[in-house]
Design a protein around this ligand. Structure first.
Ligand SMILES: [Zn+2]
Length: 282
C-alpha cells in the first residue's frame, strides 16, 4: 500500500524533494506538526460548540458559550479545552448541571486526527488532512446525535477537497471532480433503489453529499474503497452492539455518516485497495 499512499506518485516525489530542499521546521521556524497539535484542542472545543448548535440553527461563531441548563455565560476558564472541563469535573459552576462528555470527547478526537495523520502524510499535506479529519469528526458526531449530515459542512468539505487537490496535484483535478459527481449520483441511485425495494428511506441526502465530498478528496477511483471500509465498519458496529445485547432489526435507524467518515479518512491516508487502470493519476 505504501506506493499509493498519496493522490499521485509524482506529487509524493515532489513533496519529498521539497522537504529535502527545505527540511521541515527550518522554513517558518516552527514544525507544522507542533502547530497542528497546538491548534487541535482549540479547534476541537470550537467543533464541540458547532456539533451542538449547528443542527439547532443557532449561531456558532457569534454569541458567548452558555450553560445548556441554566443559560449562564461560561467564563474564560470553562472555555479552556479539556482543562476547563476537568477543573469543573464536568459540571456547570453555576447550577451544577452535567456538562456533556461530548465536549472533551471531541477535543480528544481533534488531537487524535493530528496524531494519526502526522506520521502518514507528507508534511505539506498535514493541514489538508487535519481540515478533513476535523470536519469528519464534527459530521460523525452530529449524525450520531441527531441523524443528519448538515449541508453547511458536507458542501464546503467537497469544495475544500477540490481546492486542495487543485493546489497539490492539479493534474488529478478532473478525476476528483468526476469523483464528486459520481459519489453523489451513486448514493442517490442506491437510496432510490432501497426506497423502492423496502418502501422507506434508508440512505439520506446527507449521505450522498458526504459521498460527493469523498469523491472530491480521493477521486472516483477510490470511491469503492471508501464504501467497502464504511460497510465493513458498519457491520462490525452492528455485530458489536448485538454482542452487548442491543436489539437491532431491519427497522433500526443506524446513522451511516460516521462509517462513511471513517472510510473516507482511511482511504485518504492509505490510498485505495485497488488502484485500477488509472493508477498513474492517483
Ligand atoms: Zn448551569
Amino acid at each position: 500500500m505504501a506506493d499509493k499512499m498519496w493522490p499521485s506518485a509524482e506529487a509524493a516525489a515532489r513533496w519529498t524533494l521539497r522537504r529535502e530542499i527545505a527540511p521541515t521546521g527550518t522554513g517558518s521556524g516552527v514544525n507544522p506538526v507542533w502547530l497542528a497539535l497546538i491548534a487541535a484542542p482549540i479547534v476541537g472545543s470550537f467543533l464541540g460548540v458547532l456539533v451542538v448548535r449547528l443542527p439547532e440553527g443557532e449561531g456558532v461563531v457569534l454569541g458567548r458559550s452558555r450553560c445548556r441548563s441554566c443559560n449562564n455565560p461560561l467564563g474564560p476558564v470553562d472555555l479552556v479545552p479539556l482543562f476547563g472541563w476537568l477543573l469543573r469535573r464536568g459540571r456547570c459552576r453555576y447550577c451544577g448541571a452535567r456538562i456533556s462528555l461530548l465536549y472533551p470527547a471531541i477535543e480528544i478526537a481533534a488531537i487524535l486526527v493530528v496524531v494519526w495523520a502526522a506520521p502518514v502524510v507528507p508534511g505539506d499535506a498535514l493541514w489538508a488532512s487535519a481540515i478533513l479529519g476535523w470536519t469528519l469528526v464534527a459530521l460523525a458526531a452530529i449524525d450520531l446525535r441527531v441523524l443528519i449530515l448538515p449541508d453547511a459542512l458536507t458542501l464546503p468539505l467537497a469544495a475544500i477537497g477540490l481546492f486542495m487537490v487543485w493546489q497539490m496535484t492539479p493534474e488529478a483535478l478532473p478525476s476528483h471532480v468526476v469523483g464528486a459527481g459520481l459519489g453523489w449520483m451513486s448514493f442517490r441511485l442506491l437510496a432510490a433503489l432501497y426506497a423502492r425495494v423496502r418502501g422507506r428511506a434508508g440512505l439520506g441526502h446527507g449521505d450522498a453529499k458526504l459521498m460527493a465530498a469523498a469523491g472530491a478528496w480521493v477521486g472516483w477511483q477510490a470511491l469503492p474503497t471508501v464504501v467497502l471500509f464504511a460497510a465493513l465498519a458498519a457491520l462490525a458496529a452492528v455485530a458489536l452492539s448485538a454482542g452487548v445485547g442491543r436489539r437491532i432489526d431491519a427497522t433500526t435507524r443506524i446513522p451511516f455518516g460516521p462509517f462513511l467518515a471513517l472510510g473516507l479518512w482511511l482511504t485518504w491516508l492509505y490510498g485505495p485497495l485497488l488502484p485500477g487502470p488509472s493508477a498513474l493519476s492517483w
